[in-house]
Design a binder for this molecule. Structure first.
Ligand code: COA
Length: 682
């Protein structure tokens, strides 16, 4: 094992350099090297202070998550921290890039922290289902108070260097030459130790702390790690630091191998895996700096904002001036809101908006590198648009569609240059949602796909590649899930019972509340267009059609599966809907039975798993982990369950379960091959 730690000197200051690419994770070798270097510098008569600094692009971005599955080998991070605190000479953490998790805990154990303005510090452990286990819950409240520490730790918040300085998390900000500044700061301490552990916990009103705790539990959906983090932080008030540290460690140990932590770790690596495509290795993306977005509706404006935030020059095009003005207003309002909430400074917001041009003139598209259409979801409309683009766009420009389920190849075919066409399916609101399905058409060129992935990453998005198939990965799985929920509606459960069961599982919203929110008419139109080709023997639930026949299109019409009297925030059950459901059952001779929460949850989840198996068999999705990334980041599947296929791998008799699902679903059910979703078989 090569030593990732170098001990250098600058006069009387020892500079300990951590070099463990790519992110200087605090692996065993790093911990070993740090203890040895700190002890050596502590013992050296010629050293009066120490500086810890990261090589490469970052300080220490966290403990090595790959080591989380195994027992911790000594020295542990608390052992490294003990060495820092035991060292009779001041130790300064010089932070650039990220000091997260264990990296920030190490920095908190130092006698001072200095950081670059754009550095990022924080304790994101709860996002991985654990809590800080090396003193973060004890040292942070000593710097910022208990209430603020609860907020930061329970949300796993990452704080920029300049904001960290205002909060008191770091002592100084440097704009240039971090290492040299840290050395002079360390000298300036003149041998004085300033250990955070020796500072008192600031006195605060109990009510303030309780409010922060209650709000953190609510925001954190009451997850075990959030509760444990709060408990640990609070103990800083009631226990000695050593007792509280022991308590923190035992809470940390207990959570480390919890099912939730496993699921969250799976999601963490699945998200990183999703951007890797061995077949694109060595393929150079095309250069993209200017992007045109066609359509200034909610989706188009959202994409334009994401592009502006990603540092691109944007041309927003609409058919007429009025629609264009509405789009421009949306974007201006968004940036005004960011400024108002303190997320952006006025100059930054103005700078970003200065890269926006709006136009109704199609000729303006002739110069851009990438064109993304976000017009009405209708294949003929889109084909017409692509035909037009093919005669306007530059020869090496990329043409992208934001379609969420239509046939990309059919669009590509009309262009005469199908290799340049790719899908970029953003989720609404496009400037917020991280997921982007990148659709690889039949003829999409490798460098076009590589460019689409690259652009999505520069937008700060999470791109998942899918092949061209109706509904791609997400909408196709979601449709199977919703269909299964409609079966259960027909069999006897109410919309509320089904929504409640799935919300209890952890979905942000149940399927019928979601349907009402997005509008029932879209799926209605789609069903009508498919009516002629539908298998007449397949089970078909006509309840949504009956609702649409009555003009119940969801929230926007004041009623759908629920009613929404004006001013109502939450959906309200509606006896008229119960009547419609009853009529539908009666017409088919179905006698309603009651379905348990467990049955509802299992059937809905198994329907997702089965559809995913089909998608993987067809090659629409290429990896099980991609399916999990899509469903968690685009469809409200609870992250702490890891995704539907992580869930599937936890089930004991998946094949028997799917057989059961096939029986209860009835005619038309297409059974997937579970070998494609099981980790051992994929
Ligand atoms: N442990 C092990 N590996 C890690 C890691 C960690 N804590 N954090 C990142 N990595 C790996 C990634 O898996 C990836 O590996 P790969 O290139 O083999 O796929 C690589 O480091 C780069 O990470 P990536 O996220 O793609 O880089 P980035 O520059 O976009 O972001 C960070 C860098 C540090 C901001 C981001 O990786 C991050 O947030 N990491 C998690 C930090 C964290 O939660 N720490 C607390 C742990 S308790």
């Amino acid at each position: 094992m090569t030593n990732p730690i170098a001990l250098e000197t600058d006069g009387d200051v020892a500079v300990i350099v951590i070099d463990n690419p790519p992110i200087n994770a605090g692996s065993l070798a790093v911990r070993r090297g740090l203890v040895a270097a700190i002890e050596e510098a502590a013992a050296s008569a010629s050293v009066s202070a120490l500086v810890l600094v990261g090589a490469g692009k970052t300080f220490i971005a966290g403990a090595d998550i790959k080591e989380f599955g195994a027992p911790i080998e000594k020295p542990s991070l608390p052992d490294v921290i003990a060495a820092v605190e035991r060292c009779p000479k001041p130790v300064v953490a010089a932070i650039h890039g990220a000091a997260l998790g264990g990296g920030f805990e190490l920095a908190l154990a130092c006698d001072a922290r200095i950081a670059t303005r754009d550095a990022m510090v924080g304790l994101p452990e709860v996002t991985l289902g654990i809590i800080p286990g090396a003193g973060g819950t004890q040292r942070l409240p000593r710097l910022v108070g208990v209430a603020r520490a609860i907020e930061l730790i329970a949300a796993g918040e990452r704080v920029r260097g300049d904001a960290a300085k205002s909060l008191g998390l770091v002592d100084a900000i440097v704009d240039a030459n971090l290492r040299a500044e840290a050395i002079s700061y360390a000298r300036g301490l003149a041998g004085r130790k300033r250990r955070v552990r020796d500072m008192p916990v600031p006195k605060e009103e109990a009510a303030l702390i309780e409010t922060a705790a209650a709000s953190a539990v609510k925001k954190g959906k009451g997850r075990p790690a959030v509760r444990a983090a709060i408990e640990a932080v609070k103990s800083s008030q009631t226990q000695s630091i050593d007792e509280a540290l022991a308590k923190e460690r035992s809470l940390f140990e207990a959570l480390r191998s919890s099912p939730e932590a496993l699921a969250l770790r799976h999601q963490f690596f699945a998200e990183r895996e999703s951007t890797k495509h061995p077949d694109l290795e060595g393929v150079r993306p095309r250069r993209v700096q200017s992007i045109a977005v066609i359509g200034a509706g909610t989706m188009g404006s959202g994409i334009a904002i994401a592009a502006l935030d990603g540092g691109f020059d944007v041309v927003l095009l609409e058919a007429d001036e009025a629609a264009l003005a509405r789009g421009r207003n949306r974007i201006e309002e968004y940036y005004a809101g960011r400024v108002k909430s303190g997320k952006l400074q006025v100059p930054q917001a103005s700078e970003r908006q200065s890269h926006l041009a709006t136009t109704v003139d199609w000729a303006r598209l002739a110069s851009v590198d990438l064109i993304i259409e976000a017009v009405f979801e209708d294949l003929e409309v889109k084909k017409e648009l692509f035909r037009r683009l093919s005669s306007i766009a530059r020869r090496d420009a990329i043409l992208a569609s934001n379609t969420s389920y239509l046939d990309l190849d059919a669009m590509a075919d009309v262009t005469g240059r199908p290799a340049d066409v790719v899908g970029l399916h953003f989720f609404s609101p496009a400037n917020v949602m991280r997921l982007v399905e990148v659709v690889r058409g039949r003829d999409t060129a490798p460098d076009v796909l590589a460019t689409a992935l690259d652009v999505a990453k520069r937008f700060g998005k999470l791109p998942v590649v899918t092949r061209n198939a109706f509904g791609f990965i997400g909408n196709r799985i979601y449709a199977a899930y919703r269909r299964q929920c409609e079966f259960m509606l027909e069999e006897g459960a109410s919309p509320r019972e089904i929504d409640a069961a799935l919300e209890a599982f952890g979905f942000a919203m149940g399927p019928f509340a979601v349907a009402d929110m997005s509008g029932l008419d879209i799926a209605w139109r789609m069903r009508k267009s498919q009516a002629a080709t539908r298998d007449p023997k397949a089970r078909y639930v006509d309840i949504p059609d009956r609702l649409c026949d009555q003009g119940r299109f969801g929230r926007k019409t004041g009623s759908g599966y629920y009613q929404y009297p004006s001013g109502a925030k939450a959906p309200i059950e509606d006896s008229a809907v119960a009547g419609v459901i009853e009529e539908s059952r009666a017409a088919k001779g179905i006698v309603a039975r009651s379905l348990s929460t467990e049955e509802i949850q299992r059937r809905a989840l198994l329907a997702m798993v089965n559809e995913a198996a089909l998608l993987l068999t067809e090659g629409v999705a290429s990896r099980t982990s991609d399916v999990d990334v899509v469903m968690v980041n685009g469809y409200g599947f609870p992250r702490w369950e890891g995704g539907p296929l992580f869930w599937a791998n936890e089930q004991r008799n998946l094949d028997d379960d799917i057989d059961w699902l096939a029986r209860v679903s009835g005619p038309g059910f297409v059974r997937g091959d579970t070998r494609f979703v099981l980790r051992t078989g994929s």
